[in-house]
Design a protein. Sequence first.
Length: 252
Amino acid sequence: MRKELGRYRFLAAVYDQMKSEVDYETWSQYIIKIWQHYAFEPRTVLDLACGTGGILLHLAQQGYEMTGVDLSEDMLAVAYEKSSRAGLRISLFQQDMRDLQLDRTFDAVICLCDSINYLLSIEEVQQCFAGVYRCLNPGGLFVFDVNTARALEMFYGTGVYYDEIPGGELKWETRYHKNQQRCQMDLTFFVQVEGEPRVYRERHIEQAYSLEQLMQGLERTHFRLLDVFEGFTLEPAREESYRWNFVAQRRG
């Protein structure tokens, strides 16, 4: 999915319901497990492309000082409401992950839920990596994951799917372009607004990258690559994996 200004306006309201099967607590514990693997103890953590704050809130409840960044104002509004209800103090900023401009640095940066796939060229990926590097303290860790081309083809593929959403229905039309390793998702929301039927449409795109492309992108932005793990494990990544988890370190 490609995040553009104004996107997720309608998806934000139903995102958590659609992702109800995602175990954010387990995902958060996996990140902590990675940090422990390197005997790394961050205090301040930036969650890049934090969305509605599923992982952000779990890590904050574990005592980490969390900051969230996302391009979607609507997603951030949901994250703010959830953090307020939970009594958590979290800083949230609306920024483009390709052009991070924060006035502080962090011990760790995470970018999860295949957010890097939202960037549609390796140049944009490197812009993101460069911004993360600027945001990290020397020796800080950058942990991110990506959907592989195999995942985009197998799990999204080409087809039509439907989800029930509050007050209506969501239609997904997906098309995987094998030559480009790119998946296009057209979302149509059928909802009631003040008793009147309304139809809203959004288009989202995910781009897959090779291991070599992402490794070179990290090297070009001066990171030291520590490991690439198979999704949700500490086992080495394989070409046929569905998800890769990268761990890189700011040189210092």
